[in-house]
Design a protein around this ligand. Sequence first.
Ligand code: NAD
Ligand code: DAU
Length: 350
Amino acid sequence: MSQRTVLITGGAGFIGSHLVKRFLKLHDYRILTLDKLTYAGHLGNLAEVLHHPNHSFVKGDICDEALLDKLFQEENISDVIHLAAESHVDRSIESPLEFVQTNVIGTVTLLNSAKKHWQGNANKRFHHVSTDEVFGSLGEHGAFNEHTSYDPRSPYSSSKASSDHFVRAYGHTYGMNTVISNCSNNYGPNQFPEKLIPLMINNIVKHHPLPVYGEGLNVRDWLWVEDHVEALDLVFHQGKTGDSYNIGGNEEWKNIDLVHALCEQMDQLLGRQPGSAASLITHVKDRAGHDLRYAIDASKIKAELNWEPKMSFENGLRATALWYLENDSWLDSVMDGSYRDYYERQYQKR
Ligand code: NAD
Ligand code: DAU
């Protein structure tokens, strides 16, 4: 049997780069990484595998039909794991159309190419990587399971929900072998510093204010990125065709409590006075339409695929903080161009 060639989109981003590295380490597949290298994508995330004999990197856009057709034709792609997306909720509030373009049009363009080239071959798998945000917002109790109705409430989550629907529709209508995973908030090395945890770490190091939206009472369920990619590996290989799997960390934290826990760790790691980082906490204007709480019921993936998260939040947070402290050159290199301008404007204003 010929070697599988797995196309991983968004492989130069945060989660995608961990997945590419895991697959090259554990599976004898050819991996083709397709990434547009937006502000969020960095080849440095893939430095140790860029020249791996089983790996090729292609810079390109998932909306580029001609490029996709060429790749499917010339590279004999056997499977797709689709992570490429605009991923930041605050940006989606500023520029919804960019999210429609990549997350909706890009996903459908990719589905079309796969459908055209796979011609109904049910062995060829399309795994769509999605988010728990498609389910909307919870009150104090309960958790999202695979039967929870979709209720996206931000432009980001609406675009992801739409892409999920298209993936299901292609499975149902054209018989494609699709599977979807919906995951909670990831954290760990290589996460772009606009997201809560790396943003706070970076600001603590620089003695900049720590912007907590509103009262900081919103709750997120945090998952170590390596635990997520292990779950993706299982869903890709063993998930049932047409099904979806919820993936979560079972680590619910109010934002304000999380920021305090991080401040304590950072004071220790930086050898600063206790309370020094926490004195930087600044409550700022809330995110528009801010979802109150997300929580995942991950009992299906536990029962069917025997997956559960391994990393405790305390250890994961410490490992993340240490990684950022030891990789300040990574931070410098990703904070180039427009994001550095944006960041500097933010903190000059204060
Ligand atoms: P990220 O923003 O770090 O990476 C996204 C990658 O996609 C980048 O490398 C970017 O260059 C690439 N990309 C963007 N537009 C593209 C386009 N048009 N064509 C090709 N490449 C393009 O995102 P992430 O946090 O790694 O998230 C990856 C996926 O996982 C996304 O689909 C996201 O919705 C989903 N997800 C993320 C989380 C999380 O907590 N980060 C949780 C659940 C699901
Ligand atoms: O739930 C999964 C989702 O988690 C993914 O689908 C998204 O791609 C990912 O970005 C993430 O979305 P969130 O909006 O939850 O993540 P973010 O890191 O932007 O914010 C986490 C929480 O922290 C949220 O309640 C908003 C708050 N926040 C965020 C930032 C950036 C602040 O209080 N201050 C900040 O500066």
